[in-house]
Design a protein around this ligand. Sequence first.
Ligand code: CP
Ligand code: NVA
Length: 355
Amino acid sequence: MAKKATKKTASRTSASRKTVSRSTAGKKAAPARRTAPKTSLAGRDLLTLSDLTRDEILAIFRTAQRCKRDIKPFRKALDGRTIVLLFEKASLRTRISFETGINAMGGTSLYMDHAAQKIGEREAVKDYGRNLERWVDCVVARVYAHRTCEELAAWCDIPVINALSDLYHPCQGLADLFTLWERPGGLEGVRLAWVGDGNNVCHSLMHAATMLGVDMTVVTPKGYEPTPSVVEECLANARAQGSTLAFSHDPAAVEGHHAVYTDVWVSMGQSDQANERRAVFAEYCVDVSLMSRASKGVTGKRFPHGSLFMHCLPAQRGVEVTDEVIDAPSSIVYDQAENRMHAQNALLLHLFGKA
Ligand code: CP
Ligand code: NVA
């Protein structure tokens, strides 16, 4: 995938990355863009949050806040644009929030169900991508293998958005940090704890938190830590921001954190490991006792009910989180879910040069 490396390098420096990389690769010239890019994000992909800079994430947050306050000014922003959603895995939030947001901004969404046949099985991902770019303006892909997203992005001269892969869930990470950012006091002094599997959601949360200077502690069982290359990248982010990123196997390490985040112990595609995982993760359930420990020293008007509880959903109630915790006033899980739409609307506006 030498071509991808070329394109990725270009993405950091060029507003019209795909055009640059395609001609670099000696292929035919890309068609002229339908609108002039207004921001550095126009025409880019979002495969992982490390594709963005801190300033770009904050620009998306500001646009998301505008969208959330009033979507009316953007009612025609995606007029004439078609966005295809390719989903190899089940979804409630990601599918509905993308489709609702696209419709609200005047675009057309097409849902392509890939549950029965993975992308690349019927024809090469390269051919798939080079067909799609002739008809649609953006691809939103939920895939098993992150490499499928990378290949699509390499062969499509239109933005490709990762809607969850085995490695990352960048749209979730954007919405999660936006949810904390928009609260009174914003991200100032916030300490965030992850409890559970060092998985795709954990990776994107680590990216977002460390790029925005939020202190984070990741608590996992031994053997289920986040991927080392992502850890290295996030430690470097934290050093650059002067924040901390710590790791522990001890659930007691949540003490004094303003927000506790967990996710399912068995992600999509891991059902064959369900029994083993349930046994290993048993002591990592986020219950009232763990939230009380997290809430030690967490006081004041910003956190009237103690530490916040976060989850990307879907949750396995009674497994990784108890009903008491997810239904408590300190739980912000439905704010996170709502914000998926506002953050993605903002992302689309930036990728289409409309913000
Ligand atoms: N959080 C999330 O991505 O939910 P879905 O799997 O329902 O899209
Ligand atoms: N880690 C979970 C997140 C679902 C939104 C999974 O990949 O299934």
